[in-house]
Ligand binder design. Structure first.
Ligand code: TRP
Length: 472
């Protein structure tokens, strides 16, 4: 606890490394483990992966630095931080809209993210129970048919009791840590879970290397075939880079606001972006060898993690234990992200209504539970409810997909474009120079990217995301 602001003490990260771990924890999540391999597989491997890395460096990193910079200067919840930077720059306080959009989208993402977190908990339970049946040495699901294993996922998401119950459980765990605050709660999750997560990921990857399909995976992920780089693949890669780095939803503004003056934001942002990318690549190197050596397809999409992998664990010696370790690891990663997602609106409620932290967190979580329950039921009871059927790109989609689409196609890009314009064009140059911690050519490059490349590239994603026919 340090620093006084508006008469109250504002909690801070206890050290630079605590901030780095928490920010990496926020970035690394289902986006890296579930979405990245699925997107890479669905978009043809190498071309997607290499373009993705380019997006992280040229678009993700500059916006990441912009977000943390606003937060650190503002030392308040996201909208208030933006107002403070605006007032120091003699600009309109209405720029806070960029953060308000962010707070809203963090809330929406939280609602469906915890549903997927619940699915992960389900598999933790499945593999845990299976250890007692299959033992530690053989594969998982001893003596069970392929149909049975493939049926696990549809059966679970088909039951409202399971999906809503597990959503509530995952949200409840998230709430517990956020209610305890920054240095006493969020930081503890990050400090313990992130290292545990890295160790498990590296261990399972090394294990997979000996499974035989490692060279096949390397060439799949890193062979650049230019003809595969279509417009659609590029857009998928930019979108994934954004989701994975937690950008465009004021998340990094919020985490940046707990950073002390002595931290160099540019080098810290570079560490966060590199770690997030390294984990995504490791996730690919971890998951594809398992999938390939079981003779399964790489392009299974969202089902890759929940349907193909459990299947692969059946073939593997020690499969039940490795499966359990794997899903616990995914759960850890998801938790450090959901904690960040809940923190964004909670920090806003604390600032805006002057309500104490635990109560603010409970209020936000209750709202997320209502939306989350509707999302959780969109694979079962409410499967026929298509809330935005009248809008072409949402036609036929259930509530879960609508939440996902609204945030990915509208709110996140809008939030990020506004952030780039605000920091690049509106904010006072002296303030920016003081906060960003870089000089010379690097500073000019960053300014160029934030001013020109980021807004233009992001606008392009939005347009093509909304009118997919343009690329056809
Ligand atoms: N980056 C997270 C992941 O990869 C998901 C995410 C998107 C997120 N936006 C966020 C997390 C904002 C925290 C804050 O799973």
């Amino acid at each position: 606890m340090a620093l006084t602001q508006s008469g109250s003490t504002r909690d801070h990260w206890s050290s630079r490394s605590a901030f780095i771990l928490a920010a990496i924890g926020s970035a690394v999540g289902l986006g890296n483990l579930w979405r990245f391999p699925a997107e890479a597989g669905a978009n043809g491997g190498g071309a997607f992966v290499l373009f993705y890395i380019g997006c992280v460096i040229l678009i993700g990193l500059p916006v990441l630095l912009s977000e943390t910079l606003i937060g650190r200067h503002g030392q308040a919840s996201a909208p208030e931080s933006v107002r403070r930077v605006a007032s120091a720059s003699r600009a309109s306080s209405h720029w806070d809209i960029l953060a308000s959009v962010g707070v809203l989208s963090a809330f929406l993402i939280l609602s469906f993210y915890c549903v997927v977190g619940g699915w992960v908990l389900y598999y933790v339970g499945v593999f845990f129970a299976d250890i007692f049946q299959s033992g530690l040495s053989g594969g998982a699901f001893a003596g069970q048919s392929a149909e049975h294993i493939e049926g696990l996922f549809p059966e679970m998401i088909g039951s409202a009791a399971w999906t809503v119950g597990l959503d509530a459980l995952f949200l409840g765990i998230t709430l517990f840590f956020v209610a305890r605050g920054v240095s006493g709660g969020i930081e503890i999750v990050a400090k313990w879970l992130m290292p545990a997560f890295f160790i498990l990921l590296v261990a399972i990857t090394i294990y997979g290397m000996f499974g035989g399909a490692f060279t096949q995976t390397m060439s799949y992920l890193f062979t650049f075939e230019p003809e595969k780089l279509t417009g659609e693949v590029m857009l998928a890669a930019v979108g994934q880079a954004f989701f994975s780095l937690s950008l465009g939803v004021a998340g990094m503004v919020t985490y940046g606001s707990y950073v002390g003056r002595n931290v160099n934001l540019a080098s810290t942002s570079a560490i966060i972006a590199s770690a997030d990318t390294a984990v995504a690549l490791l996730a690919g190197l971890c998951i594809f060898p398992i999938v390939f050596s079981a003779g399964l397809a790489a392009g299974a999409g969202p089902g890759l993690l929940f349907e193909s992998l459990p299947h692969a664990f059946q073939e593997m010696p020690g499969g039940a234990l490795i499966g359990l370790a794997f899903f616990i690891m995914v759960g850890f990663a998801a938790l450090t992200s959901s904690v960040a997602l809940l923190e964004v609106p909670t920090a806003w409620v604390i600032d805006r209504f002057r309500i104490v932290r635990p109560l603010s967190a409970i209020l936000v979580a209750s709202g997320a539970m209502v939306l989350g329950a509707l999302a959780a039921m969109s694979t079962n009871t409410l499967a026929d409810w298509h809330p935005l059927n009248f809008i072409p790109i949402f036609e036929g989609q259930g509530f879960f997909d609508v939440l996902d689409g609204l945030t990915a196609k509208f709110f996140m890009p809008i939030g990020a474009i506004l952030t780039a314009i605000f920091v690049g064009w509106v904010a006072d140059r002296k303030l920016i120079d003081m906060e960003n911690g870089i000089g010379g050519l690097l500073h000019l490059t960053w300014l160029f990217l934030v001013r020109f490349l980021c807004p233009v590239a992001l606008l392009a994603i939005m347009v093509v995301g909304i009118f997919p026919d343009l690329l056809a």
